[in-house]
Design a protein. Structure first.
Ligand code: AMP
Length: 249
């Protein structure tokens, strides 16, 4: 079983980003970038499927500027076999990425495509769903457990207030949630080995995909600062204030 895993290069989760002074976006100049955490989980899951003898080959794919290769090297160090960089200097919105992944699905014919449930930079939570729609594949989003047997994937999904179990006929698209697994620590020997693994570069034009952005950002602003709280002497005063000032009870 061939597994395709989509990995995005995003601002590291520990970096506190700021809004550009002209309000056109987030300032990411010179900030640390990393593999999107949900995508790291996706690669880890693919590697576990390979270790269990269920996957035969893992292909990591990332779309973006040349430097996103770094995230592919991380995926290769976790255990992916080869990588594909879809190089583009455009701002790639979820629909464009989904179209590029669809083209790759047509070319590579994977049995399973694993994506993160969302990128932590734009929080879109759209790419996996769009890919499943345009590739006409069954999908299970927010996976917390994946079992593969008899040409089917059984996926436990995180839903409001509980878990839902779905059975999907392969090929299928699955997106990862946090509880799916805990990614392994990438060791130095594996980082060295990853440098020798194949990394192919293609462009959207090779697939005939138009990646022109469809959405226009009008404004990006910091959330309003929270006003300071007040200390109250006792519960009686609290209840009084909730009634007369906050008017919530
Ligand atoms: P999003 O819809 O932007 O929240 O992203 C959901 C998932 O789609 C991510 O966790 C990745 O697995 C995948 N994805 C989004 N953008 C890219 C990209 N530029 N390159 C590779 N994978 C991506």
């Amino acid at each position: 079983m061939k597994v395709l895993v989509a990995v995005k290069w995003v601002v590291d989760a520990n970096v506190k980003v700021g809004v550009k002074s002209d309000g056109t976006g987030i300032d990411i100049a010179n900030v640390k970038m990393s593999i999107n955490p949900f995508d790291e989980i996706a690669v880890e899951e693919a590697v576990r499927l390979k270790e269990a003898g269920l996957a035969t080959e893992i292909i990591a794919v990332s779309a973006g500027v040349m430097q996103v290769q770094e995230t592919l090297r991380t995926a290769l160090a976790i255990g992916a076999d080869r990588a594909i960089l879809i190089e583009s200097n455009e701002i790639l919105q979820p629909l464009a990425v989904a179209k590029l992944l669809k083209a790759l699905v047509d070319k590579e014919q994977p049995q399973l495509v694993i994506l993160g449930k969302q990128s932590i930079d734009d929080d879109s939570n759209q790419t996996g769903q769009m890919l499943a729609a345009i590739a006409n594949l069954p999908q299970a989003t927010f996976a917390s457990k994946i079992t593969i047997a008899d040409g089917e994937a059984t996926v436990v999904r995180e839903v409001d207030g509980g878990a839902e179990t779905l059975s999907l006929k392969l090929p299928a698209v699955v997106t990862t949630d946090l509880r799916l697994n805990e990614p392994r620590y990438v060791t130095l020997p594996n980082i060295m080995k990853a440098k020798k693994k194949p990394l192919e570069t293609v462009t959207p034009d090779d697939f005939g995909v138009d990646v022109t952005p469809r959405l226009r950002t009008l404004k990006v602003a910091e959330p309003p600062a929270r006003s300071a709280g007040v200390k109250v002497a006792d519960v009686k005063v609290l209840v009084e204030k909730l009634k007369t000032e906050a008017k919530v009870i």
